[in-house]
Design a protein. Sequence first.
Length: 377
Amino acid sequence: MRIAVLKEPRDDEPRVAATPESIKKFKTLGADVVVESGAGAGSSLADEVFAEAGADIAQSRQAALQGADVVLTVRRPEEFSGFPEGAAVVSLMDPYGHEEALKKMAEAKLSGFALELIPRITRAQSMDVLSSQANLAGYRAVIEAAEAYGRALPMMMTAAGTVPAARVFVMGAGVAGLQAIATAKRLGAVVTATDVRPAAKEQVESLGGKFIAVEDEEFKAAETAGGYAKEMSAEYRAKQAELVREHIAKQDIVITTALIPGRPAPKLVDAEMVKSMKDGSVVVDLAVERGGNVEGVEADKQVVKDNVTLIGIVNMAGQIAASASALLARNIYAFVEPMVDKETKALSINREDQIVAATLLTHGGAVVHPQFGGEPV
Ligand code: NAD
């Protein structure tokens, strides 16, 4: 089995899908690994460290792809020239709304696996790319906010007088939000947080944050069986907006992370709420890639509106690329390893396996995932 690790062609993607650590593990499974030259540069991983781990270094994408059975990339490749027919492609596929791209992948006769569709079951915890990347994004969002905020976060009592602690409000207390709460607390801020899932309350409080939310009947039923949030009714959203309107005016830093799987991000903060914030406040919107939670935030821009800095970094995990790649590579190894037949040492795709069924988008020349028009097994 030959595994190709490609360099991400986009400038805004510094992460890499394998590290020397994961390559060593693939080698012990009996695989040959080839890394496209420069693939690790954005994550401080030189070609030499991949070579020391046992990988061959290919000088071009086409050379890396030659004879590959498995292709590892961070993001879904845009075009498939040089991909051998029948190869498996393992990436963050961003499948929602990109059905045409999935068809193209099927026509290239590739078996495309979407890492973001890995089910959140116990067996798949070590493969959970959404959690590993969201955790780092939540951390980094606070660092970005702290940098843009022209004041200190902790309360400081000095001979020259006292500096008050910053007030940080985190909207959406999933994986990213909880890490943002923990990071802001470590930096000494006074932290409040909100979510629509009741389970979030205890988690926020256990990190030392204060939980605020509209806790009505709809809130009590807002968590799906998969642990995600539902899209809330217009009535709930109006009540939530009132609560946020009152609270946000007293905050120094707002970090929003609210997402609903397969849907645009819920709008939680309007321009008027931004305007109500104090001069010099900072808002970081981690949902910007899916349309954003905050009105006025622009993708990959830092803008100042009404004296409030609005930050919308799409690839927040990529801002901390070396850590993000290290965890992503472990997730990808954990995902691929169970599919390797220990006797033939080849990839064996068992479509009846729950994790395979949940992630396999294209196979045998067709889109096979039921959520994207395929026939279930
Ligand atoms: P996510 O990225 O889909 O959403 C982020 C947060 O936004 C969620 O907490 C969600 O409830 C919240 N949200 C959605 N709409 C909102 C609104 N209108 N107002 C306020 N908040 C809103 O979520 P996630 O980080 O992927 O986590 C989802 C759940 O999955 C959590 O319960 C998490 O603990 C759980 N989880 C389980 C596992 C596992 O069992 N292996 C792994 C990771 C996460």
